[in-house]
Design a protein around this ligand. Sequence first.
Ligand SMILES: Nc1ncnc2c1ncn2[C@@H]1O[C@H](COP(=O)(O)OP(=O)(O)O)[C@@H](O)[C@H]1O
Ligand SMILES: [Mg+2]
Length: 302
Amino acid sequence: MSINGVISPGISNKVNKSFENKIVAKNVGVVYNIRRANDAKIEKFEAVKDLSLNVRSGEFLSIVGPSGCGKSTFLDIVAGLHSGGNKGEVYIDGKLIKGPALDRGIVMQGYALFPWRTIQKNIEFGLEIKKIKKKERAEISKYFLELVGLKGFENRYPYELSGGMKQRVAIARALAYDPEVLLMDEPFAAVDAQTREALQFELLKIWEKTKKTIIFITHSIEEAVYLSDRVAVMTKNPGTIKEIIDINLPRPRDNGELRTSADFSLLRHRVWELLHEKEVENSKGKVSDQDVAEKISKHAAL
Ligand SMILES: Nc1ncnc2c1ncn2[C@@H]1O[C@H](COP(=O)(O)OP(=O)(O)O)[C@@H](O)[C@H]1O
Ligand SMILES: [Mg+2]
């Protein structure tokens, strides 16, 4: 299945040298113009400040942070949906991002499916933009429908599907046009807990199969730790990266025992502490990342 070779209009030729990373964000800053309640005056509101982050090729990186800290704003920048007035730069494969392009698939919190299109036609949307022929489109959409466990649903409409199924379609649609990067903004926030765990498990299987680079935003510490190679914790406004935690848990990750293991709890607790801005201290002073890593048992090492 070859659906490559299409020019990405949102990419410039400005080249950055950091090729070992898929995505390089350098000192990103976003200031919004806001109007206060009962006040006509426009004020500047700094949503994101001096945010630098490298995402490795094929990595699963999650971002957690307090509500309103700028997670979605940052992801929009990577998606190329924010134009003008921002500070800093974001590169993908060493090329400056200047706008949206099909090298990045986006999965949002709401399902954002086209209600007037069947499931198959939803999945084929990006392929139509890529001018893939009808027969190949049908083959590709069939493959991804099966991959997300929705074989047989191709002629249904979004309103006929449950929340979890809709989110599967959204993932299939993003994967179908073969982006190298998946940008996911709280994609499972609207589904029930059981479906959410099932979707996490399926996403990991798909990620292992497709080798995409994923930036995944979530409110759930458990979800971030379960899925990720690294978890980036953001500060509250103006949002920037506070710390990045390596998740040295073995892969492939099962959906049962791992979540109740001591290593998992330790990592979850570490992210929780960072989010709650507590100083991690023991009698000797500050606990370093290395101290935390050493507490993780040998079988969980890289
Ligand atoms: N278009 C906008 N205009 C003004 N303020 C905005 C806009 N988008 C987001 N904000 C503000 O910027 C901050 C960061 O928003 P957002 O990136 O959505 O946060 P998060 O995704 O971390 O919850 C919030 O305080 C939000 O109210
Ligand atoms: Mg958000």
